[in-house]
Design a protein around this ligand. Structure first.
Ligand SMILES: C[S@@+](CC[C@H](N)C(=O)[O-])C[C@H]1O[C@@H](n2cnc3c(N)ncnc32)[C@H](O)[C@@H]1O
Length: 259
């Protein structure tokens, strides 16, 4: 292992906290996520943002009239959130929430469940803190992968680097975990398509150093050969300098505590 932060955990997020917002779509991403979440939230009830990060999304929800509280494991990320949300954020583990049982009407998580926590522990805790009928809204990071020639290669690489599936947050994986904890998956809402352009060469350059899984942590040194192999496959695609039109969609997964 190089001096890079270990996979997941707070060290990786503490290290990237100063650059996090700008490198993840900045305010535009936060505005988009808040626009997707806000219509699904009850403005009369407080919102718990689990894995609030720098608070960039929570601040946009606050600007739309919601009273948002946040929990995050990374003190570095939370320092930024505190600037935005003041004392309404606290250090806490999503798998051990510092929140009273059955005290929450609605909770949200954006780009949390691929980022390190055990989803079983998170859903168990969400089920504990939600009131019966309460909802947990999740915007996954890896919910919908592009299936073009670039996406197939990068997707295969991510699967090889994550054979246990710990970095996955697609609906098919989360639904049975949620159900096991009394949270019913009610489907997708607020789907928002996004179209962007990237060439195989550009993608190869961006992953070459081993920055995958949204760049939150470094690939282990012993796995860099797999990354190099994927880069070579990308560069061997037809017209590697030609940008592909890539289609993705962000969506909200809606879970409800049923008992
Ligand atoms: C990819 S960031 C997303 C942050 C924010 N939700 C956003 O959309 O900007 C993931 C966040 O989850 C936090 N995190 C990772 N594991 C956690 C855990 N077990 N408990 C609480 N937060 C955690 C990280 O510290 C980081 O701030």
């Amino acid at each position: 292992m190089s001096g890079a932060p270990a996979a997941g955990g707070t060290a990786a997020f503490d290290a990237i906290a100063p650059d996090y917002d700008a490198s993840r779509g900045g305010t535009a991403r936060a505005v988009g996520f808040a626009d997707q979440l806000a219509p699904l939230l009850d403005p009369a009830a407080a919102v718990l943002d689990i894995g609030v990060g720098t608070g960039i999304v929570a601040a946009e929800l606050t600007a739309r009239g919601h009273r948002v509280f946040g929990v995050d494991l990374s003190p570095g990320m939370l320092a930024r959130a505190r600037e935005r949300l003041g004392a309404r954020v606290a250090v806490g583990d999503a798998g051990r929430l510092p929140v009273r049982t059955a005290s929450v009407t609605q909770a949200v998580s954006t780009w949390l469940l691929h980022a390190g926590p055990d989803p079983r522990a998170v859903f168990a805790e969400v089920a504990r803190v939600l009131r019966p009928g309460g909802r947990y809204l999740v915007i996954p990071a890896r919910g919908m992968r592009p299936t073009d020639d670039i996406g197939r290669i990068v997707g295969e690489l991510e699967d090889r680097l994550d054979p246990g599936g710990a970095r996955q947050d697609a609906p098919g994986l989360l639904e049975p975990i949620a159900a096991a904890h009394g949270l019913r998956y009610e489907g997708r809402a607020s789907e928002r398509p996004a179209v962007f352009r990237v060439s195989p060469d550009q993608m190869a350059r961006s992953i070459a150093g081993g920055r995958l899984f949204t760049g939150a942590w470094q690939v282990r040194e012993e796995d860099l050969g797999l990354v190099a192999e994927a880069c070579a496959r990308l560069r061997a695609l037809p017209d590697p300098e030609l940008p592909r039109v890539r289609e993705m969609a962000d969506f909200v997964m809606v879970f409800r505590r049923v008992d």
